[in-house]
Each structure stands twice: as C-alpha cells, then as structure tokens.
Design a protein around this ligand. Structure first.
Ligand code: PLP
Length: 392
C-alpha cells in the first residue's frame, strides 16, 4: 500500500477552490477592440475587412498559399471533400476514432466512409494499414477512393508518408482534417493541413484558437481555392444578378467571427507554448503511473491541443468521478464512429485499437491559460487516484 497516497486532508481545501475546466477559450488580446470595430463600421456579415485579413494572416501562419474562411470546421470538410471528388458511389477512407464531424462530412457528400482503425502510437488512422488495403484493391482491379480524409487528432500529426505514396502512385487526393492540430508539424517541418490538396481547420470554442464558431480551408492550388470559395458562397456567379452554376452552400464566415479569429491568431504562439508545457508537465508527473499518452512519430511535433491519456489498468469512470470531486473537469474521449448509431453499419478496416482507445481514453484540463498551480492540482488528483507502477 506504500504507493497509495493519502486521499484525505486536502479535500476541504480543494472544495473551496474554483473548478478547473477542460478546455476554455482565452480572450485577452484584441478580441473586444476588433469586435467594436465591426459594430462601429457596420461590417457584421460575411462582407467585411476582417474576413480577408484573417484568411491572409492564417495562410501566412500555416505556410499555405490560399485560405478560405468557412462557417465551421465541418463546413470546411464538407466543401473540401466535394471539391476532391467525393460522390455517391465512391468510398472515402477516414479515421474511425475521431470526433463525429470527420465521418459525418463524408456522409454529407453521399460517399461511403471506410472507417479505418487507429495505430497505437499516435492514436491516428493507421495509414500503413490503409496503404496496403488500397494497393490490394488496385491489384484486384477494384475502384479506388477518389480522396482520403486523414485526421490529425488531439494535436498529434498522423503519419502522412503512406498517403503521399498512394497519391503519387494512384492520384488519390488527400484532405486533412487538422481541426484539432493547428500548429503541429510533420517531420519535414511543414504544418499539418498543408501536405494534402486541402487542409481543414476549426475555430470552435474549445479549439486552439476560436472565432466562437468557424473554420478554414487551406490549399496551394489556386483553382481549388476558387472552387471551394465558390461553393461556400451559394455558387453565385460574379455580378449583380442572382445566377448560380451549382448547388452551393451558405458556409461563409462572418466579419464578426473573423474579427475574433484574427485577434486569437495574434496570440497563437503563446497558446501553443502553454499547451506544450501542460503536456510536458502531465507526462513527467505520470511517468511512473499506469497511463499512456499518444506520441508523435520521430521528427513530427505535436501541438498538444488537448492532453489525453489512456488509463491502462484502472476504471476510467472512477478516475473521472474522483477528479470531479476534486473540482477538476475531465472527459472520456470519443467512442469510435462504428459504435455511433448513424455509422454502425459503415464498412471498416480493423477496429480493435480504436475500440480500446474509446474505452480507456480520457482528456485532462488543457486550457491555454492553465496556471502552474492548476496543473499541480490536476496531477496531484490523478496521482492520488492511481497506484504507481512499481518497477523492480
Ligand atoms: C472540431 C472538429 C471538427 C469540426 O469543427 P467544427 O468547427 O466544430 O464544425 C472536425 N473534425 C475534428 C477532428 C474536430 O475536432
């Protein structure tokens, strides 16, 4: 019992302290000033200078030539998949273990998602497994996917090389769902979201930077950028008339949202620094405990948007309850898409790793303004709950 630390004694104090939320926005930059500018100038809809400024600054920051602002990350994915040839009758491989929007956006296009299992290291789609599957489809003369949606979950880059090989060999396009991993980099130093034809980001309230709600598509292809922009603006042709050449969408970001996004982008480097510090503190504090974190492949660098762990030999629900009593928010990770009602009958490629992650994964507080004292409170609460692994 030597490993178990006292759980009493602190409880009374802890209860007085403010709750530590899971992941909340930090709005301490120019947000209010830019919003006031929107009101003062009357530019509140999707016409307005902040939209273009946000697009330009965002493209520059991630190192892409073009950026198209969207109403949400989900809208960015939908449009990107459509622009990449996802159609009824085609199959689009996507991560089984992700936030539901990754898979829903495939279904919006009428294509069938192929739910691909995770790899244990990064928790991302097993791109080697998918590579071999596609090669065997090609050998059998079966139809190939027009596009693959690779998701970089929880701040960790997926292994992109096997997908680049498929693109090279078969011309399969790549759409990156980088909604959770803005700021993470591939081994060659490029930002996630810039290796595929199209990269998608989210500025939902809990993401690295927020617009309240919003998204972005980035690309280096001028025609694709133009096509995506067209689809987000009701496919309206230029000029004063209401003429449209396709079924488009009302997916543009508003100037009000872009104003917040631009102010957030100005603070992104400090947000990233804090997220990485939080992850490093948690990892060193839990080094001798039975928890595992996802790891980026050699040379790749995670953004650590949300610090998550698998609880290897313990009851996750009990840990969440203990943390809750200590005033610390935590949250189980997603279940794989194939366990979600709308997607139970979708085809899949493997599933055991995704199922294990879904059963044992839990996310810990990761807000970009988490203080050192807050981090200590979280780590102590987790340590008090878990028994260290005794090394002999
Ligand atoms: C948040 C998220 C999205 C969707 O972004 P919204 O802006 O909420 O529509 C898509 N994919 C992943 C992996 C996400 O985490």
């Amino acid at each position: 019992m030597a490993g178990l630390r006292a759980r009493t004694g602190r409880f009374g104090q802890v209860r007085q302290m403010k709750r530590i939320p899971l992941c909340v926005p930090v709005l301490k930059g120019n947000e209010a000033r830019y919003l006031a500018e929107c009101v003062d100038t009357g530019f509140v809809s999707s016409v307005g200078p902040f939209v273009e400024r946000f697009e330009n600054e965002f493209a520059k920051w991630v190192g892409a030539r073009y950026a198209v602002a969207c109403a949400s990350g989900t809208a960015a994915l939908h449009v990107s998949l459509l622009a990449s040839g996802a159609l009824p009758g085609t199959t689009v491989p996507v991560a089984d273990f992700s936030f539901i929007a990754s898979v829903n956006s495939v279904v919006y296009t009428g294509a069938t998602p192929l739910l691909v299992d995770s790899e244990p290291t990064t928790w991302n789609m097993d791109t080697e497994l998918l590579h071999d599957h596609v090669v065997s489809l090609a050998r059998a003369g079966a139809p190939l996917p027009p596009v693959i949606e690779v998701v970089h979950i929880l701040g960790t880059p997926a292994r992109i090389e096997p997908l680049l090989a498929l693109r090279e060999r078969f011309g399969i396009k790549i759409v990156e769902d980088a909604a959770e991993s803005l700021g993470a980099t591939f081994p060659d130093g490029r930002q996630v979201g810039t290796a595929g034809e199209l990269g998608c980001f989210s500025f939902n309230g809990n993401k690295l930077i927020t617009c309240g709600g919003g998204g972005m598509i980035v690309t280096n292809d001028a025609d694709l950028a133009q096509h995506c922009r067209h689809l987000t603006t009701q496919a309206k042709l230029p000029g004063p008339f209401y003429r449209h050449d396709a079924v488009g969408f009302n997916y543009r970001l508003t100037n009000v949202a872009a104003a917040v996004g631009l102010a957030q982008l100005e603070q992104i480097d400090t947000f990233l620094e804090t997220k990485r510090k939080i992850a490093a503190c948690y990892r060193s504090a839990f080094a001798s405990f039975p928890v595992s974190a996802p790891h980026a492949h050699p040379g790749a660098r995670a953004s650590h948007w949300l610090s998550s762990f698998t609880i290897d030999h313990d009851d996750r629900a009990a840990l969440v309850a203990t943390l809750d009593a200590a005033g610390v928010d935590s949250r189980p990770v997603w279940q794989p898409a194939h366990e979600q009602l709308p997607h139970v009958s979708q085809p899949r490629l493997g599933s055991s790793v995704a199922e294990r992650l879904g059963r044992t994964g839990v996310s810990l507080p990761s807000s970009a303004d988490l203080s050192d004292a807050d981090i200590d409170r979280v780590t102590e609460a987790v340590q008090q709950h878990l028994t260290p692994v005794t090394s002999s």
